[in-house]
Design a protein around this ligand. Structure first.
Ligand SMILES: [Cu+2]
Length: 176
């Protein structure tokens, strides 16, 4: 009994500094509504800070059935209709594009999203090591960030953008 209490007390003390070093952004999140070129909503995206990185969840609507590339782009500006204002993929480490590229990948690279016959698609992916606000390469730098859905699938290797085609929908991420 005495040993058990001592172990418990020791564990509690050790847990304190561990909590303190998890970072101020832990559990914080950013959200956006994905808008098409005509201003129509195409669903929502959310980025949540976890211990392992940034968990990105996308729930898309009103898209053409098939496989679509989805990325986190480096600039938080979505100017219709082409959305080139969102810039390239979020790439703070200066890598090449593509999750299957040996010289890759961008922090903003993510798996493709399958859109079903009803126009809906979902994606959940954690960007390992990513940070919303903490550290030297936060997603929320001076010009923010955006989530972009493309017309075509990402080939996961062609630099700089995986031949993913036009930008169908774009959403500026907002911390909150
Ligand atoms: Cu993209």
């Amino acid at each position: 009994m005495k040993t058990a209490s001592l172990l418990f007390a020791t564990a509690a003390i050790l847990a304190l500094p561990a909590c303190a070093t998890m970072g101020t952004g832990q559990g914080a999140s950013a959200n956006t509504t994905l808008l098409g070129a005509d201003g129509t909503s195409h669903g929502v995206a959310k980025v949540t800070q976890t211990t392992s990185g940034l968990k990105v969840t996308v729930a898309a609507t009103g898209l053409t059935p098939g496989v679509h590339a989805v990325h986190v782009h480096t600039t938080g500006t979505c100017t219709a209709p082409a959305f080139t204002s969102a810039g390239g993929h979020w790439n703070p480490m200066g890598k090449q594009h593509g999750m299957e590229n040996p010289m890759g990948s961008h922090m903003g690279d993510m798996p493709n999203m399958t859109v079903n016959a009803d126009g809906r698609g979902t994606l959940e992916y954690t960007i390992a090591g990513g940070a919303l606000s903490d550290g030297t390469t936060p997603l929320f730098d001076a010009d923010g960030a955006a989530v972009v859905v493309h017309a075509l699938p990402d080939d996961n290797k062609s630099d700089p953008a995986g031949k993913a085609g036009d930008r169908l929908a774009c959403g500026v991420l907002t911390l909150g």
